[in-house]
Design a protein around this ligand. Structure first.
Ligand code: B1M
Length: 212
């Protein structure tokens, strides 16, 4: 079994301690934290998704895997380093009704390790809360994440809340998450879309350059 298969299995089994130990071993063997995230954690969650869809895993088991991933993400955080530069302030969260926060957490992690100040509002965040936090923290960018086709519409609702409050021009709004596309971003008037966490960092860099 390859090193990454071992950590994938630990995530699938919801074995927190084992997954942490495998991650430590991979780090000690010289694997980059980002590689562990992509080839270990994200690969494992794709398999969890496949098994869940086919009815071979149920919600409690998926929650255990999610918990295991969250623990490894926290353990990897110090190893990602942090750029000293202050590239911009980003308020991020999953939209109202959506509890899927693993992808959002990865986006927040990579942004903060790339010099952005991240204000993470967590999951199930109402439009008014995004608006309030953007004002309070003088955000340059607001990041919305959604994993459900049923909660995607709350991205539109959040953007509409900024428009209604007369605050749309003072902030960039980006979106992401498995069911979201660039076309959808354009349709709801977002300033950008990215497919994964690495792309989200590039997108935020570009938006800050344009805004400078
Ligand atoms: Co649920 N779930 N889930 N789930 N879950 C999905 C999303 C689903 C596709 C599974 C399936 O049926 N195949 C399906 C959605 C179907 C649909 O909408 N069409 C689904 C469902 C139906 C549900 C429930 C309704 C199930 C139920 O209760 N019967 C329920 C809803 C709860 C709710 O939110 N209200 C539910 C619950 C859960 C758990 C709580 C058990 C758990 C979440 C735990 C947690 O996150 N803390 C869970 C999980 C884990 C999944 C799957 C298996 C994995 C999601 C994940 O973490 N992926 C998922 C199946 C799948 O995705 N294949 C599934 C790994 C993560 C790294 O990827 O989140 O896509 P992702 O993030 C990526 C990119 O999308 C992007 O970058 C990230 C890193 O590369 N990205 C952004 C994400 N946000 C971004 C923001 C950006 C930019 C990029 O800018 C701001």
């Amino acid at each position: 079994m390859s090193d990454f298969e071992k950590i994938c299995h630990a995530v699938l089994d919801g074995e927190d301690e084992l997954a942490l130990a495998e991650a430590e071993q991979l780090l000690a063997a010289g694997k980059a934290p980002l590689t562990i995230i992509n080839d270990g954690l994200i690969a494992a969650m794709s398999e969890v998704g496949r098994l869940f869809k086919e009815g071979d895993l149920f919600v409690p088991e998926v929650m255990m895997s999610a918990h295991t991933v969250a623990g490894v993400i926290e353990a990897l955080r110090p190893h990602l380093g942090a750029e000293a530069a202050n590239r911009g302030r980003i308020v991020i969260g999953t939209v109202k009704g959506d509890l899927h926060d693993i992808g959002k957490n990865l986006v927040a992690l990579l942004l903060s390790s790339n010099g952005f100040t991240v204000i993470d509002l967590g999951n199930d965040v109402a439009p008014e809360r995004f608006l309030q936090a953007a004002e309070e923290h003088r955000a340059d960018i607001v990041g919305l994440s959604a994993l459900l086709t049923t909660t995607m519409s709350n991205m539109r609702a959040t953007i509409e809340a900024f428009v209604a409050a007369g605050r749309r021009d003072s902030v960039r709004i980006i979106i992401g998450g498995a069911p979201v596309t660039a076309d959808y971003a354009a349709e709801i008037g977002a300033d950008g879309y990215s497919e994964d966490a690495t792309e989200a960092v590039e997108l935020c860099r570009r938006l800050m350059e344009v805004g400078a």
